[in-house]
Design a protein around this ligand. Structure first.
Ligand SMILES: Cc1ncc(COP(=O)(O)O)c(C=O)c1O
Length: 433
C-alpha cells in the first residue's frame, strides 16, 4: 500500500471470547467434538424465549411501521416509557426522553462512547473487564488500558485507595467505566462502593460510565441499584439492553441513559457528538424498540425476571460448590449476570504442564498455541484439545490475572454439573502433570 492503512490501535482489538472459537474450529476439523462454554448467548445455549414475549414481537412484526426507520435517538414512545422508568426510581436522577439514545446493541454504544472521547482523555477501567470496553478504550489512541484491580482474594472488589491514587497520578483520566453486575466476575458492586465511585468522580470532575446490561439479573442477596440512583449530580452514562433480559441478543437493541447532561458543558458537547455519530448511521433497529413498552410494561415481566434470577442463582451456587473445593483455585459465589470467574493461585503453574491429547495433530496444534502464553491460556488450550471443552481464559479480559470464566447458561442441569466437574478435575490433573 502507498501508505500504512492499519490503525495505530488495531493491535488492541482483542475478543478472546470469540478468538478461542477460531482455535476450537481448527481442532474440530481435526476430529474433536466441542462443548461450547465460552459465549454469553442464552439462545445459543438453548434457553427458550417466553411464549408471551414472542407473541408481542409477532404482533409488532405485523405493524408496517416496524419495518421502517425510526428517529435517530429511537422510537419516541419507547424513550418516553424508559425515561419514566428511570424517573420513578427512588431518589434517582431524573431524565427526559431526549436523554435516551438507542444503538444496535450495547456493543455499538460502547464503540461510540470510547471512539468520541478526546484522544488525550482516558477512561479508567477495572481489570478484569469485558474486553469490548478495554479494546475500544485502547484502540482510540493505541495505548494500553488504564486499569484498577478487582481483587480475586477479596470477592473481586476494588481497592478504592488504589483508584484514588491512579486518578491522582494520571491527570488524563476523565471518566471511570465499569460493568455492574459484572462480566466476567459475576459480582454486583455493593451500594457503598458505588456511592464511593460517585464521590471520587465528583471530587475529580470525572464522568461515570456503567454498563448495566445485566442490571436485572441479580441474586444471592444482591439487588439492582441503578446508576441513576447513585450518580446524584455527576454527569454519567448508563448502558442498558435487551440481549440478556428477554433474552434477545440477535435484536441488536440497546440504549444509553444520559444523566446530568446539562451539568457540564463539555460533557454535553461530547454527548451531542455521540448523537451526531449515530445520525450518520440513521438509526438503530426499529422493531425491537417497539416491543420494549409492551414487554417491560407487562405484568408478567417482574415474574419473568424473578424466575430467571432464581435459575441463575441455583446454577451459580452449584458451580461455586464444585470449584471452591479445588486446591489452587479461588472463586466467589456470583451474585449477578451469568458468569463466574475462577482465579488460579499464581503458584500452581510451571513449565511442561499438560493434559493428555492422544491425537498427534491435535497435540502438536495445542503445543504450538501454548508457546509463550500465560498459564491460564496453557490450561484452557489443553482443556480444549484434551476434553473438547471451550472456556475463556481470564487473561482474555484485559488482565494479567490468571484464571478462567464459565457461564451459567447450559440449560441441562446434569450436563452442566458434569461439565463443571470435568473442568475442576482437569485443573487438578493439569497442575499435577
Ligand atoms: C458486559 C457486556 N456488555 C455488552 C455486551 C454486548 O451486548 P449487546 O448484545 O447489547 O451488544 C455483553 C455481551 O456479552 C456484555 O457481557
Amino acid at each position: 500500500m502507498r501508505n500504512n492503512l492499519v490503525h495505530e490501535g488495531a493491535g488492541f482489538l482483542e475478543y478472546e471470547i470469540r478468538q478461542i472459537v477460531e482455535h476450537a474450529y481448527r481442532m474440530r476439523d481435526m476430529g474433536l467434538q466441542i462443548t461450547w462454554e465460552n459465549i454469553g448467548d442464552p439462545i445459543a445455549m438453548n434457553e427458550e424465549v417466553a411464549p408471551w414475549i414472542k407473541e408481542i414481537v409477532h404482533g409488532i412484526l405485523n405493524q408496517n411501521r416496524s419495518w421502517g426507520y425510526c428517529p435517530t435517538r429511537g422510537v419516541l414512545e419507547t424513550r418516553e416509557f424508559l425515561a419514566n422508568q428511570v424517573n420513578i426510581r427512588e431518589n434517582g436522577v431524573k431524565i427526559n426522553p431526549n436523554d435516551i439514545i438507542f444503538f444496535n446493541g450495547t456493543a455499538d454504544a460502547i464503540d461510540k462512547v470510547y471512539e468520541l472521547v478526546h484522544r488525550n482523555a482516558r477512561i479508567l477501567l477495572p481489570a478484569p473487564i469485558y474486553s469490548t470496553h478495554s479494546s475500544n478504550e485502547s484502540k482510540r489512541g493505541g495505548y494500553k488500558p488504564l486499569q484498577f484491580r478487582l481483587d480475586p482474594k477479596n470477592h473481586w472488589l476494588p481497592d478504592m485507595d488504589e483508584i484514588r491514587n491512579i486518578i491522582r497520578y494520571n491527570p488524563q483520566i476523565s471518566g471511570i467505566g465499569m460493568v455492574n453486575p459484572d462480566n466476567p466476575t459475576g459480582i454486583v458492586y455493593p451500594r457503598e462502593i458505588l456511592e464511593e465511585f460517585a464521590e471520587i468522580a465528583r471530587q475529580n470532575d470525572l464522568f461515570l460510565l456503567v454498563d448495566e446490561i445485566y442490571s436485572h439479573i441479580c441474586y444471592n442477596g444482591a439487588k439492582t441499584f441503578h446508576l441513576s440512583q447513585y450518580a446524584h449530580d455527576i454527569p454519567a452514562i448508563a448502558l442498558r439492553g435487551i440481549s440478556k433480559e428477554y433474552p434477545w441478543p440477535g435484536s441488536r437493541c440497546a440504549w444509553m441513559e444520559i444523566l446530568n447532561k446539562e451539568k457540564d458543558p463539555n460533557f454535553s458537547t461530547y454527548i451531542d457528538s455521540i448523537l451526531n455519530a449515530k445520525m450518520l448511521e440513521v438509526c438503530a433497529t426499529t422493531l425491537p424498540q417497539l416491543s420494549i413498552p409492551q414487554v417491560f410494561g407487562s405484568e408478567k415481566y417482574p415474574k419473568h425476571l424473578k424466575k430467571r434470577a432464581a435459575i441463575f442463582e441455583k446454577r451459580a451456587n452449584q458451580a461455586y460448590e464444585i470449584f471452591r473445593k479445588v486446591p489452587g483455585l479461588i472463586c466467589h459465589r456470583p451474585q449477578g449476570a451469568f458468569y463466574m470467574s475462577v482465579f488460579f493461585d499464581e503458584e500452581i503453574f510451571h513449565a511442561g504442564q499438560k493434559l493428555p491429547i492422544p491425537n498427534p495433530n491435535l497435540r502438536n496444534y495445542v503445543d504450538q498455541l501454548c508457546e509463550n502464553v500465560p498459564g491460564d491460556k496453557r490450561f484452557v488450550y489443553n482443556l480444549l484439545g484434551s476434553k473438547g471443552i471451550c472456556i475463556v481464559p481470564l487473561t482474555g479480559f484485559a488482565t494479567e490475572m490468571n484464571g478462567f470464566r464459565v457461564t451459567m447458561l447450559n440449560t441441562d442441569d446434569e450436563k452442566r454439573n458434569s461439565l463443571f466437574q470435568e473442568i475442576a478435575d482437569s485443573v487438578t490433573e493439569f497442575v499435577n502433570s
